[in-house]
Design a protein around this ligand. Sequence first.
Ligand SMILES: Cc1cc2nc3c(=O)[nH]c(=O)nc-3n(C[C@H](O)[C@H](O)[C@H](O)COP(=O)(O)OP(=O)(O)OC[C@H]3O[C@@H](n4cnc5c(N)ncnc54)[C@H](O)[C@@H]3O)c2cc1C
Length: 347
Amino acid sequence: MKTIAVIGAGMAGITAARTLMQAGFKVSVFEKSHGPGGRMATRSTPYGSFDHGVQYFTVRDPQFLKAITEVPGTQAICRAWSANAVRVLDPLGRVIEAPLPLREPHFVAAPGMNALLKHWAQPLSDRGCLHLQSQVQFLLHSGKKQWQVVCSDGSEHGAFDGLVLAIPHVQADYLLRQSGSPATGFSGLEQMSHAEVAPCWTLMLAYPLANQPGLSHLGPQWNAARSTHHRIAWICRESSKPGRSSVERWTVQASAEWSQQHLEDESPRVQAKLLKAFAELTGIRAEPGFAQTHLWRYAKTLQAVGKKHLWDPKLQVGVCGDWLLGHRVEDAFVSGLSLALSLADKN
Ligand SMILES: Cc1cc2nc3c(=O)[nH]c(=O)nc-3n(C[C@H](O)[C@H](O)[C@H](O)COP(=O)(O)OP(=O)(O)OC[C@H]3O[C@@H](n4cnc5c(N)ncnc54)[C@H](O)[C@@H]3O)c2cc1C
């Protein structure tokens, strides 16, 4: 039985790991966070949850559709969310583009966006193959063409016949280079360098007072909007999503340009600036009962590599992730699946 280490438990990593396990590989997944999900993330707060990463996903690829509809238990988690009118707002909060009828269903996972990958990771977790809070810091190659992974707590795992890096390209590049030879000889390094990924500052806001008896919800009647405001690209009423608590909550995502310009700013400064822009767009000027920011350093692919995955047969090392194909959850799925199926084919 071939042994494979998968680094990263986002959509690409979990998809690759499940597929490899089903194909008979012995898989170990290493994830630096305390749960699977990656950017399909959910932040729990006393006022309810926030999907502070992925907002919704669409299903166009037939294999993604198959997974969503046929993996037991998944249909109950993936719920349609027709954000009543996704509008484009000008910097003063005026609607400049009429709401379009939805071209395709938008889905969210319930009760939070991380629920889908938690569910898909369960078989890996049940077999003791999912190592959480395990940040891989180093890749060691032994003389017998096998790999060991070294985590930031000093623990060593392996030996593995192959490695799958299912992490953002900047982090994959860093991990390979800092591991020295032979990892630095990964044949995909040059192609990886063509990817470009933008950061995203996210602001989470809760207005518990808006739910007092007699008051309807605060601010605009729409639940989600794209915006041309230079600071904000997207606003969404979290409480409008299925399976969430009703406390009035908004997630605000800054534009890629603004996030890049303010990458090294302190959180309080970012919060103040985004809150001001949020008030301009929504007319909500009340003080939030809860406000928190989160910085995604590698949020949205601006330039993809244009390949489903990269695999170095000599080193037995591969990379997968959304950044190879695009900027959506589905791209990460397709990439992880493609790498796993090609390995299953070869073995
Ligand atoms: C703010 C934001 C909004 C978005 N909105 C949408 C949307 O509405 N619709 C949509 O389809 N897509 C959206 N996306 C994009 C979507 O999140 C990604 O396409 C997809 O989730 C990427 O999955 P992935 O597995 O490739 O990477 P990730 O989800 O980033 O997974 C990588 C995992 O690797 C882990 N990791 C990294 N380094 C290490 C290491 N050294 N050791 C161990 N673990 C490590 C990370 O913790 C992470 O869990 C959004 C992203 C962001 C950030």
